[in-house]
Design a protein around this ligand. Structure first.
Ligand SMILES: Nc1ncnc2c1ncn2[C@@H]1O[C@H](COP(=O)(O)OP(=O)(O)O)[C@@H](O)[C@H]1O
Ligand SMILES: [Mg+2]
Length: 243
């Protein structure tokens, strides 16, 4: 379980986040939505330790990790993907995932063979047919799966995904959604930043709405979608729901 409390981040004179709190329980996919510039990526950066907030705390399974550096937090089971694909472009699909499995294996007390784990993940995310291809040869949709696979190779307890379906077509997105539900049901807390509202509605148990660095609403997706404050600020009352 991830708990971020009272997170504030300032860039110069601009408050990118003001007193933001968010929970992501194990076993569920939790949504984080909001317009561009709302502060979603900044919140991920604060949670993972990529930047230091001016206020707030981050707890993983009840343990305060606020003062820990990025790599120490990773050892508490935190993994993420990036809004822009960040793959090792010289490597194949298999090698991209294997690198993460090897790093995890080096420090983790869990037994296991990183080679075996890599093959399991390749199957799980559905990349067996292209495992030997260089990642630059793949369309973005499959690149997103490689990134998910690499995050899974860290065997995360908490998985933060920053717009993981962008670049995927409708069929890929549906399959991706099922995969996320599967990952969550194996006990991982998944925190999903996503613009594709049908994906959010489909897979999230709970959704947090962020606007201008503040949480506007929290609740089950259907409820949040009906919330007049959210409709007004984000979804657009005249579009019938879609952003
Ligand atoms: N490193 C940075 N320096 C200055 N301003 C930043 C930086 N990163 C993000 N911002 C600003 O903070 C706000 C939130 O950005 P971001 O977290 O990327 O939003 P989102 O991911 O919701 O689109 C934006 O106004 C953005 O311009
Ligand atoms: Mg972003």
């Amino acid at each position: 379980m991830l708990e971020a409390r009272g997170i504030s981040v300032r860039f110069g004179g601009h408050m990118a986040l003001s007193d933001v709190s968010i929970d992501a329980p194990a076993g569920q996919v939790t949504g984080l939505i909001g317009p561009n510039g709302a502060g979603k990526t900044t919140l991920f950066n604060a949670i993972t330790g990529l930047l230091t907030p001016s206020a707030g705390t981050v707890h993983i399974d009840g343990r305060d990790v606020t003062r820990l550096k990025l790599h120490r937090r990773a050892r508490h089971g935190l993994a993420r993907t990036f809004q822009q694909l960040e793959l090792f472009t010289m490597l194949t699909v298999r090698e991209n995932i294997r690198v993460a499995a090897d790093i995890h294996h080096r420090w983790s007390p869990e037994p296991g063979d990183p080679g075996v784990l890599t093959e399991e993940i390749i199957d799980r995310v559905g990349l067996a047919a292209v495992a030997g291809e260089r990642v630059t040869a793949l369309p973005t949709g499959q690149g997103r799966l490689v990134e998910l696979g690499r995050a899974l190779a860290c065997r995360p307890r908490i998985l933060l995904l920053d717009e993981p379906a962008s670049g995927q077509d409708e069929t890929e997105t549906e399959r991706f959604g099922r995969l996320l539900v599967e990952v969550a049901s194996s006990g991982t807390a998944v925190l999903l930043v996503e613009h594709d509202m049908s994906l959010v509605m489909e897979v999230c148990s709970n959704v947090h709405v962020l606007d201008l660095g503040q949480i506007l609403a929290v609740g089950p997706p259907a409820e949040v979608q009906r919330n007049p404050v959210v409709l007004d600020a984000y979804l657009g009352t005249d579009t019938g729901g879609a952003p």
